[in-house]
Design a protein. Sequence first.
Length: 143
Amino acid sequence: MTEDDGYSIALNTAGPRDPRYVLEVAEAFAGCVRVLCHLTRDHAALQYPSEADRLIREIALGVSRLPQLLGQAGAWLEAERAAGMVLVPSGTFAGDPALAVVTARLRLDEARAYLAEAERAISAAASVTAGLAAPDTGENNDD
């Protein structure tokens, strides 16, 4: 299967707690962003301002959830390190899993802060797009 073949996945918060499903959902997340980037290059991808508003609001919602996800990934790394389940065989942190995990967690915390700011900015944009409508179409933002 190539990147452009497409695939489907069932998104289920009660889904299996196993690495295959988790990584499949993560891959689908990245794929969703890629698809949206490709689709919205075409002006016809959206018809009304309310659709752009909804797109922006859904993006803001997704971004608002990312800090929790990154925090959980960092906590998982720390728990695995504490249990002696993380090795660093080569690279900058070779032989020092504690420093590697602390550094990864610091970078994830930095990303979480940027994401919180990004969510605020996207939501601020949505507060503007919420009031937009197309002329002479009867479109309104009551959907």
